[in-house]
Design a protein around this ligand. Structure first.
Ligand code: AMP
Ligand code: MN
Ligand code: MN
Ligand code: MN
Length: 290
């Protein structure tokens, strides 16, 4: 990092970021760079929540020892709820608990198998070289749909990543292979059994009716989930109000995170999350930290 003098924490944001990605999943930056940015933003609590892997966590804890932020363990597990793909963020759980080890083993296997199934489906659609490309990757378990989309763009078989999602990989499309993932209740249990907080990720982003979203949050709370994300860039006022209502109905806490992946996401930045509504209990007040 440069030797710039960093501005003090900005009062427009809560000094936490409990959702972001490194290059261990579909983020662009290494753990060390994320940690440096979190330190620059003077965050009080920080977590890197890669998709379906715990791989970056030890390094993050090691770096945090040299910093003033409280680092908490993090992950974003994929799950299904009915026909929906749902993401559950796990925070502040024991990385070495049997449930965490079991979870990672299962999710890594699911992700690698899913990548192969997506590759098969895309080749059946007429795309070429997808299986070959996949077999050349060091680690199929770290491959997500964004990587596959990027391959199709790089090999000039598609115009851009957004178009690949829209036509082939997005919800309901041929490459949207969900049935490898466990049920919502299973992933919640993996997190809570390891002493962590289970957080329903970006509830505003699932394409479902208000009634469905209400039922999802009820099922999530019933399964033992403790919080839902509210302090997230891009949540509109009426949605924010709905989420506050759901938190109150089920005595949940609120969580906050940027979901930062890379600098091309110009509308957001690591460590810049809108403050939680005043009457919502922040999930980070429930963390056990050493
Ligand atoms: P996966 O983890 O393989 O299921 O891929 C899901 C990830 O793809 C999300 O976490 C986002 O980072 C990314 N993503 C989802 N929808 C889109 C989209 N329309 N365009 C680009 N990236 C997307
Ligand atoms: Mn992602
Ligand atoms: Mn997600
Ligand atoms: Mn995410």
């Amino acid at each position: 990092m440069s030797d710039t003098v960093h501005a003090p924490a900005d009062p427009r944001y809560d000094a936490v970021d409990l959702h972001c990605h490194s290059l261990h999943s579909d983020g662009a930056l290494p753990i060390a760079e994320l940690m440096a940015r979190a330190q620059s933003a003077e965050l009080k609590y920080f977590s890197v929540t890669d998709h379906d892997t715990l791989r970056g966590q030890e390094e993050a804890f090691a770096v945090a020892k040299t910093q003033s932020i409280n680092y908490v363990s993090g992950v974003e597990w994929s799950a299904v709820w009915g026909s929906y793909l749902i993401h559950v963020v796990g925070l502040n759980f024991d990385l070495n608990a049997p449930a965490s080890l079991e979870a990672e083993k299962a999710q890594v296997r699911s992700r690698a198998r899913r990548a192969r199934r997506i590759a098969d489906k895309l080749e059946r659609e007429g795309f070429v070289g997808v299986r070959e490309w996949l077999s050349q990757q060091d680690d199929a378990a770290s491959i997500g749909r964004p990587h596959i989309a990027a391959y199709l763009v790089e090999s000039q078989q598609a115009k851009n990543v957004a178009q690949v999602f829209k036509r082939y990989l997005g919800a309901g499309k041929v490459g949207d292979v969900k049935n490898e993932w466990p049920e919502l209740g299973q992933v919640v249990q993996w997190i809570t059994a390891a002493g962590g907080q289970a957080v329903l990720a970006h509830p505003h982003r699932y394409k479902m009716t208000r009634t469905k979203r209400t039922r999802l949050v009820a099922d999530f709370a019933e399964a033992g989930g403790q919080a839902i994300e509210i302090g997230v860039p891009g949540v509109m006022p009426d949605m924010r109000q709905h989420l506050v209502q759901l938190v109150q109905d089920h005595e949940l806490a609120g969580s906050s995170g940027s979901d930062f992946h890379h600098d091309e996401q110009r509308w957001l930045a690591l460590g810049k999350v809108p403050p939680l509504p005043k009457d919502v209990v922040p999930v980070w007040t429930r963390f056990r930290t050493t």
